[in-house]
Design a binder for this molecule. Structure first.
Ligand SMILES: Nc1ncnc2c1ncn2[C@@H]1O[C@H](COP(=O)(O)OP(=O)(O)OP(=O)(O)O)[C@@H](O)[C@H]1O
Ligand SMILES: [Mg+2]
Length: 225
């Protein structure tokens, strides 16, 4: 169980205030969609909330503990509650697709089951024949799918899945497939924090935040099924 409370977050990059007094509560099992124009601060906010970028002001409380005030070791332990699909995937180019998917297990050898799960997801997207190919040989869209698989491969060990524009390079059919995976993971109790411009994503979210210029300018709570 991972309950997140962000209070009055501020983040400046040089003279620009990129996150301007944002507060947010994210309870376990929620499905949050964040929308907003390019440069609004969506990625920065997601990174602050998941412990990857320290804010200049305000605080992030995870299960009541002030995350950025904790020791490195305690922060590391809490960080492990998050799975993250990055907007810009960084791969090890000279490694295979399967090796890249298993990168999150680098400190803790991937189990047989993790490996099987990687193959299961590759198969789900018709990419099982790419498992042993070098990652750079895949198309941009295929690499985006590998980034998504790498993000969700750890889900059984984490509570929260952050997905930063995972489907922006994909067609509608693939987008729907991925949204359905998020919906399934959410139905199992995972918290989903999705950044997306997709109209379809709105149908899956329980709460929608609209961001502009570092602020939350609109919030909509959807009726739960
Ligand atoms: N590491 C950084 N150093 C300097 N400026 C940054 C850095 N990261 C982000 N910014 C700036 O902060 C602002 C918000 O960036 P952010 O990536 O959070 O926006 P976004 O809403 O995710 O945009 P997009 O929809 O294009 O992904 C932008 O103006 C960006 O240039
Ligand atoms: Mg972004």
């Amino acid at each position: 169980m991972t309950e997140i409370r962000a209070i009055s977050l501020i983040k400046d990059f040089s003279t620009r205030r990129v996150i301007n007094n944002i507060s947010m509560d994210i309870n376990q099992g929620n499905f949050i969609l964040i929308k907003g124009p390019s440069g609004a601060g969506k990625t920065t906010l997601a990174m602050i909330i998941s412990g990857l970028i320290k804010p200049d002001g305000g605080s992030v409380h995870i299960n009541g503990r002030n995350y950025y005030n904790l020791s490195r070791f305690d922060r590391y332990k809490l960080r492990k509650s998050f799975s993250y699909i990055f907007q810009n995937n960084i791969f090890i180019n000279n490694s295979s697709v399967i090796e890249n998917i298993l990168i999150p297990f680098i400190n803790k050898k991937a189990s047989k089951n993790d490996f099987k799960k990687a193959l299961y997801y590759l198969d789900l997207f018709g990419l099982n024949n790419t498992a042993n190919k070098k990652i750079y040989k895949l198309s941009g869209g295929e690499q985006a799918i590998i980034g998504i698989i790498r993000g969700i491969i750890t889900e059984e060990y984490t509570d929260v899945i952050i997905a930063d524009e995972p489907t922006s390079q994909l067609n509608e059919e693939l987008e729907e497939k991925i949204l359905k995976i998020f919906k399934y993971l959410n139905s199992k109790g995972k918290t989903i924090l999705l950044i997306s411009h997709s109209k379809k994503a709105e149908l899956f979210a329980k709460e929608i935040y609209f961001m502009e210029n570092g602020k939350i300018t609109n919030y909509e709570k959807r009726i739960k099924e």
